[in-house]
Design a protein around this ligand. Structure first.
Ligand SMILES: Nc1ncnc2c1ncn2[C@@H]1O[C@H](COP(=O)(O)OP(=O)(O)OP(=O)(O)O)[C@@H](O)[C@H]1O
Ligand SMILES: [Mg+2]
Length: 198
């Protein structure tokens, strides 16, 4: 399982070059994607996801069958409960509802969301909603997980547990790419991809 970027560069139409000549190979592990606001972190995640075609260069995913992208701003279903969001990927994997609910609950616990399991999405705090989107993505058992600023709205303790869960996923064989400004997050990643000025 591997993602290879070969000399990619990107500019949106009518805009200056965002980044150029970036090459890397991602193998299972946790990577920090760093750079100032506007340097192109979210854009590069979009390129890794295959949603944005780079203007120059190529991205080659090898052996990636399941990709999940957790956006910078949480998008859930307002009138659904938190646990519903996490049960769904398990049901989609043909797991029976009672087992799916048990697994979803365990995952909510790992993200310290067990007390919010039955709250509606629209009633969650910003940080809770962000962690729920991560839980949903982890439930889908991706081999490529792209995460955009997962700790921006979290206190240090919650941020630590989020990083712990992502690290477990990476250790289990997934490629995890985290766009982040958070030094504590980049410190635990095995490699740092730097955009723009450090
Ligand atoms: N679809 C688009 N069309 C035109 N310009 C875009 C588009 N998406 C992003 N941009 C511009 O490209 C630049 C990089 O945006 P991007 O969202 O990748 O930055 P970022 O590093 O993720 O920033 P932040 O840390 O604030 O999230 C910005 O100047 C942004 O306005
Ligand atoms: Mg961004």
């Amino acid at each position: 399982m591997r993602v290879t970027a070969d000399r990619i560069g990107h500019a949106f139409p009518g805009q200056p070059q965002l980044f150029r000549d970036i090459s890397f190979v991602l193998e299972p592990g946790m990577y920090a994607l760093c750079g100032p606001s506007g340097s192109g972190k979210s854009t590069l995640l979009g390129i890794l996801a295959g949603w944005i075609e780079p203007k120059v260069g190529t991205i080659r995913p090898d052996g990636i069958t399941r990709m999940q992208w957790v956006f910078q701003n949480p998008h859930g279903v307002a009138r659904r409960t938190a646990i519903d969001h996490v049960v769904l990927p398990y049901l989609a994997d043909d797991i029976e509802r009672p087992a799916a609910e048990a697994q979803a609950y365990t995952l909510l616990e790992r993200f310290q969301l067990e007390e919010s399991a039955h709250k509606l999405f629209r009633d969650l705090s910003g940080g809770e909603a962000q962690r729920l989107m991560l839980a949903r993505a982890v439930a889908a058992q991706p081999d490529l997980l792209l995460v955009d600023e997962p700790t921006a709205q979290l206190d240090p303790q919650s941020a630590g547990s989020v990083v712990g869960v992502l690290d477990t996923l990476a250790t289990g064989g997934a490629v995890v790419v985290i766009a982040t400004h958070d030094e504590r997050v980049s410190a635990v990643c095995s490699r740092k991809l730097q955009l723009g000025q450090p």
